[in-house]
Design a protein around this ligand. Structure first.
Ligand code: SF4
Length: 329
């Protein structure tokens, strides 16, 4: 397959591959698929990824791939700024780092020196950790990326599905803004697998979520996943100060039957100040946070505003979805 036909017009033309990564099935599959690309052998992905003075914004427009073997931590404890959806403990795994989408408010903006996409190919090592997690915990699998959006580049679900199935006592969340419905048809729904779709008003998508599918395409993806029998979570997160939300919630629940939804995540924009300052350096649009304040090292909207808006929003959402299924952060 020609690399020029992938990632829409944002072609991958170079793939960096760690020496150790060549022996893995994912690597073979990716290199076969992108056979026209330059392959650059590297010793350690950090030599390329952590280099200083890289153009984060340019790489974001034309991201290249880095295939690597993860050698240290495979599962991390989740931040208190993330929702645990009632699970006693919350973890995340990073099969990939960085994202082909470009949300201006994403915590990945400026988090690393590079916005090239790192794909860890030793899935089995991550999976070994799954079975060690305590019963009742949740692992977010699409944390520093959007796994479903990248499925046509690296089909992680193909590699991790059986491990998820085998780890029945742990819940796995795959969060996405992708409207790719085709891949789901290949898999049977699992009780411990939750597909979490982030929905935002079209105005927010147009303003801050570059390269992502529009709202109605995402809604269609939600309904498709529900029709296939998957457990679906809707994430209204992050919420911004924008009057369009009331109409937006009405629109969403006119199209999606709230009774079929597993649960809802709701939370206003929040970002650690340190990370916000990095994003501020990178982003050409930080307008989304213009009304934000800093509270205890977190940049977010003023408490009074959040309380008032949440009440208005909940009056609408709770009309369609049972209150006990709504998780507010
Ligand atoms: S889809 Fe998620 S991970 Fe990707 S840029 Fe947007 S917020 Fe970040």
């Amino acid at each position: 397959m020609s690399c020029l036909k992938n990632l829409s017009s944002r072609a991958v033309h170079r793939i960096y591959v760690e020496e150790d990564a060549f022996g893995y099935d994912i690597t073979r599959k990716v290199l076969k698929k992108y056979s026209d690309c330059d392959i650059v052998k590297i010793n350690n992905y950090k030599d390329v990824f952590n280099r200083t003075r890289q153009s984060f914004s340019l790489q974001k427009k034309f991201p290249q791939l880095i295939l690597a073997v993860k050698k240290d931590t495979f599962i991390y404890e989740g931040s208190p700024m993330c929702q645990n959806f009632g699970h006693q403990s919350y973890y995340y795994a990073t099969f990939m780092v960085n994202c082909i989408f470009d949300c201006q408010y994403c915590f990945l903006q400026g988090m690393y020196n590079s916005s090239n996409i790192v794909c860890f190919v030793n899935v089995e090592d991550f999976a070994k950790e799954f079975s060690r997690m305590e019963c009742g915990s949740m692992i977010a699998l699409s944390y520093e990326t959007d796994l479903i959006a990248h499925h046509n580049i690296v089909p992680y679900l193909e590699y991790i599905y059986e491990y998820i199935k085998a780890t029945e006592n742990v819940a796995f969340e795959i969060r996405t803004k992708s409207a790719n419905t085709l891949i789901l048809s290949k898999y049977m729904p699992l009780d411990n697998l939750i597909l979490a779709y982030t929905l935002t008003p079209q105005k927010i998508i147009d303003s801050y979520e570059r390269f992502t599918p529009n709202l109605d395409a995402r809604i269609k993806a939600v309904n498709h996943a529900l029709d296939l029998g998957f457990k679906v979570r809707i994430c209204f997160d992050p919420i911004f100060a924008d009057e369009d939300y009331e109409e937006f919630f009405q629109h969403v629940f006119e199209k999606i039957d709230g009774k079929r939804i597993n649960d809802i995540g709701y939370g206003f924009f929040r970002m650690p100040k340190e990370q916000y300052l990095k994003a501020f350096k990178i982003s050409d649009s930080i307008v989304y946070a213009k009304d934000c304040v800093e509270e205890d090292g977190v940049v977010t909207f003023p408490e009074k505003m959040i309380t008032e808006a949440t009440k208005i929003h909940m009056d609408i959402i709770e009309y369609f979805v049972d209150k006990e299924k709504i998780y507010i952060l």
